[in-house]
Design a protein around this ligand. Structure first.
Ligand SMILES: Cc1ncc(COP(=O)(O)O)c(C=O)c1O
Length: 458
């Protein structure tokens, strides 16, 4: 996409952000142990750490907040959300949850037994964690093109259908209590899944009577990618495409913090009435009564309105245009990025940008720290800090294929000039990139070290 549509909104409430000066940024970095998770938001100018729950709600969503019905059971807010759920997703039943991982937790609690498998294109880490927490085995079967750096592959999030069928036959359908797919594929760069692939996945799961659940966090962005890239969908609305997607599935989990453009919330939906009886009990135990599920009534209204807004075509054109614009501007100044750009984020190939920093010295971390030092921009390393692990037999470190830095764009939050600022900072970094040096870890926890490891410059 070369055309970058302007923001389809104007600003009537602002949240001030300040650029603290370089010596203060250096002090903040030292205090945080050179880990951007240790920075305070006041120390950050442009925060591209995540697109989850960081979007800006609209005037209609804030109005919805004011009419939220806080009744414990059967609130009007719940019924308003139900109407929208029926229109977009069309599943027979749903419960709200406080966020996406709560929906995953309930689903795994009611459907999964120890030792069973759950295939997907790529599970997001919370989904993977929830499956493992119940003794299950998450299995990723994304297509080979997901790892191809060529920019001309439109649906790198697709499942490999041959591998899926082979896998089902290998472990036996009786050992697969549910099958999933994540749209868009967050763990694989926010790349979309085509309708053709979704149809194929659905057909295979149905053939083996495996319930098909969609991780629907970014379903609206995925629907718009289908409209832009898949023959036969140009004249369909994102809503019609979404309806077609969900007609192929038996249920869904969703973090509403993404394409419902709210700061908190999620849901679990299913067509299976028997399963839903178990879901209800579990929801009451863990989240709250089934008509509010761990949220306030006002949150339900914000989600209902946000789900519809997230499907508006001018919004989606701007949204996907923003990531495409940032990726292409970075590319113009020589920064290697993963192409085509994903829906919610741009991924910089730090390993390629900084070839003089070996993987054990964390090129992604070096770049991420430098982006903060140079311009108070917060990004996140997704490379050897986040994913390297010791081989269980030899103890030798196994490094990931790519050392990436992710710039996730919060929805409706930053303007084009904020993105231009990011590009300017990156241009300054590019000029002196050969002078950057790596980092070593001086303290780290056993699991998920990227959140709290302490680093020192080498
Ligand atoms: C694809 C995907 N699934 C699930 C989740 C979990 O959602 P939450 O953070 O609301 O628990 C996320 C969050 O980033 C996600 O991107």
């Amino acid at each position: 996409m070369s055309f970058h549509p302007p923001e389809p909104f104007r600003i009537k409430m602002v949240e001030p952000i300040h650029l603290i000066d370089k010596p203060e940024r250096e002090k903040a970095l030292k205090r945080a142990g050179y880990n951007i998770f240790g920075l305070n938001s006041d120390e950050v100018f442009i925060d591209l750490l995540t697109d989850s729950g960081t979007g800006a709600m609209s005037q209609d969503q804030w109005s919805g907040i004011m009419v939220g019905d806080e009744s414990y059971a059967g609130a009007r807010s719940y019924h308003r959300l139900t109407d929208v759920m029926n229109e977009i997703f069309g599943f027979k039943h749903f419960v709200p949850t406080h966020q996406g991982r709560a929906a995953e937790n309930i689903l795994c609690a009611v459907i999964l037994k120890e030792g069973q498998y759950v295939p997907s294109n790529m599970h997001f880490d919370t989904t993977e964690g929830n499956i493992r927490a119940r003794g299950g085995r998450p299995t990723n079967l994304v297509c080979q093109e997901a790892f191809d750096v060529s920019p001309d592959i439109p649906f790198k999030g697709n499942m490999d259908l041959d591998k899926l069928e082979e896998f089902i036959n290998k472990v036996g359908p009786e050992n697969i209590p549910l099958g999933m797919i994540t749209i868009t594929n967050n763990a694989g760069g926010g790349q979309p899944v085509s309708m053709k692939n979704l149809r194929g996945v659905s057909k295979i799961y149905r053939k083996y009577k495996i319930p098909f659940f969609i991780d629907a966090c970014r379903f609206a962005e995925n629907s718009y990618f289908i409209k832009l890239r898949e023959p036969g969908y140009q004249d369909k609305s994102p809503l019609e495409i979404a309806q077609e997607i969900f007609s192929l599935a038996d249920g869904a989990t969703m973090s509403a913090k993404k394409d419902a453009i709210v700061n908190i919330g999620g849901f679990l939906a299913t067509n299976d009435s028997e399963l839903f009886e178990k879901v209800k009990s579990d929801c009451i135990l863990r989240e709250g009564f089934i008509t509010y599920g761990g949220l306030a009534g006002r949150d339900l209204d914000a989600i209902a309105i946000g789900l519809r807004e997230g499907l508006q075509e001018d919004y989606l054109a701007y949204r996907l245009g923003q990531t495409a614009y940032l990726a292409s501007e970075l590319k113009k100044i020589g920064i290697p990025v993963i192409e085509p750009a994903g829906g919610h984020a741009v991924y910089i190939n730090a390993g390629e940008l900084l070839p003089h920093i070996p993987q054990p010295e964390f090129p992604g971390q070096a770049l991420s720290v430098e982006m903060y030092r140079e311009g108070a921009i917060r990004s996140v390393e997704l490379g050897s800090v986040a994913f390297a692990y010791p081989d269980p037999d030899s103890g030798e470190m196994i490094y990931p294929e790519l050392d990436l830095v992710r710039l996730a764009l919060p929805r409706r939050t930053y303007t084009q000039s904020h993105l231009d600022y990011v590009v300017e900072v990156m241009a300054r970094i590019y000029k002196d990139k050969d002078k950057l040096s790596g980092y070593q870890i001086v303290k780290q926890p056993k699991l998920m070290r990227h959140f709290s490891a302490v680093f020192e410059p080498i």
